[in-house]
Design a protein around this ligand. Structure first.
Ligand code: COA
Length: 390
């Protein structure tokens, strides 16, 4: 049975800061951010967007009534969740009006967890071919003002409908995966910003990619010449480029040229949104699918998923007939184009506009946020969401 990605939605907040402006404000040569790091813009979330509302907005645009009836599994991947106990997927279940007979959970393993969700959904559909699963990857990436990770912040969500006979891409088996206990990036419970050993994380990420690609080739016999593109988890776009180049040294020119050209297409959305953690690999997939003009149905792409800590996986997918017709390209391009640019001072004000810890009651200004679904405040310690009529 063919199982895979039937639809992909995406949402990012309506504000951003240019990395060039950020570099000037931080007294850094702009080329370091735009070329050395490979980021052009960083999405900036208002206080009225959190992981739940970002994911709900991403899913809203893609779901039909038929999907709502068939979805019986919601898997929410995040590392910027809102509750230590209740799964974020339950809020989504209510906001999207999903079927009561649904299993709803939250999964965590840094930026890897949406891939865990995809594989869990695949297993579920193999056992229940009529079912669909909704996999969400949503995060706000915060390192802190004037930190070396600041330029790699971002915010956004992807929403993926998994089904049998998918319209966009099948997810092939087997895949290659591995775990190693490393402290390259983590966020203790008391901190709302991440801790990172940046250069160490880059080394670990590249090492995982090389190991997993070798392991995958050993398992399947599939090599570089069988892949139209390799997609990466992209904390910042240069990181994926470094990993890709690390395996291209002794490769023939045709493979090298194709893989580098398609990498360039696959990084575009990530370069203008920033790091969205769990959704980052799938945002890169979306960028490739929506922007390429040469990859034909039936062709294969590789995907490298990495979550610090660390778990990684390499797997492949086959693009399906008419996959372009199932994309929401115009909506995504419009969303990215219609955003408002902030000055660095305005971005800093947004960054510092956080909820007081432990606040019992608060109303938030959802009228300032053009998103359909917003985080509206807290009532008796319970988070409130609003779905505006549009
Ligand atoms: N023009 C072009 N490139 C420039 C430049 C300029 N004017 N100035 C510097 N650069 C290049 C450097 O040569 C370097 O390139 P290289 O990595 O290919 O060698 C790059 O810009 C970054 O410079 P560096 O001095 O290494 O930056 P840094 O000390 O500020 O650290 C990170 C960069 C990426 C380590 C840091 O931003 C970070 O920790 N980010 C978070 C990492 C992360 O997300 N990890 C998550 C794990 S999945």
């Amino acid at each position: 049975m063919k199982i895979g990605i039937d639809k992909i939605g995406f949402y990012t907040p309506h504000m951003y800061v240019e990395t060039e402006d950020l570099a000037i404000a931080r007294n850094i040569e702009p080329g370091k951010f735009t070329i050395g790091i490979g980021q052009e813009k960083i999405a900036v979330p208002p206080i009225t967007q959190d992981a739940v509302s970002l994911a709900a907005n991403a899913a809203l645009e893609i779901l039909t009534d038929e999907d709502r009836d068939a979805i019986d599994y919601v898997i929410f991947a995040t590392e910027s969740g809102i509750d230590h106990s209740k799964a974020a997927s339950i809020y989504i279940h209510q906001l999207l009006g999903l079927n009561r007979n649904t299993r709803s959970i939250e999964v965590k393993q840094a930026c890897y967890s949406a891939t865990a969700g995809i594989q869990m959904a695949k297993g579920h559909i193999a056992l229940n071919p009529e079912s669909k699963a909704l996999v969400l990857g949503a995060d706000i990436s915060r390192y802190g003002l004037q930190t070396s990770g600041e330029v790699t912040q971002g915010a956004g969500a992807v929403a993926i409908v998994m089904s049998a006979d998918p319209k966009i891409m099948t997810v092939e088996s087997p895949s290659a995966y591995q775990t190693e206990d490393v402290m390259d990036f983590w966020r203790p419970l008391y901190s709302d910003t991440a801790f990172v050993q940046g250069k160490y994380s880059v080394d670990k990420y590249i090492g995982f990619f090389q190991d997993l690609f070798t392991e995958y080739t050993k398992k399947t016999g599939i090599g570089l010449s069988d892949l139209e593109a390799i997609l990466f988890h992209l904390p910042y776009t240069k990181m994926g480029l470094k990993a890709l180049k690390s395996i291209l040294e002794d490769v023939n020119e045709a493979d090298k040229t194709r893989l580098l050209a398609n990498f360039d297409i696959s990084k575009k959305y990530n370069a203008t949104v920033g790091n969205i953690y769990t959704g980052s690999l799938y945002l890169s997939l979306l960028s490739l699918l929506e922007r390429n003009t040469t990859i034909e149905p039936g062709e294969r792409v590789g995907l490298f998923s990495y979550g610090s800590g660390a778990v990684g996986e390499f797997f492949t997918g086959i693009l399906q007939p008419n996959y372009r017709k199932s994309l929401f390209k115009e909506q995504h391009e419009q969303m990215l184009t219609n955003r408002t640019v902030l000055t660095v001072a305005e971005y800093e004000a947004q960054f510092n506009d956080t909820l007081p810890v432990g606040v019992e009651n608060i109303d938030l200004p959802t009228e300032k946020d053009p998103a359909t679904i917003c985080f509206a405040g807290i009532k008796d310690h319970m988070r409130q969401y609003v779905r505006k009529n549009k």
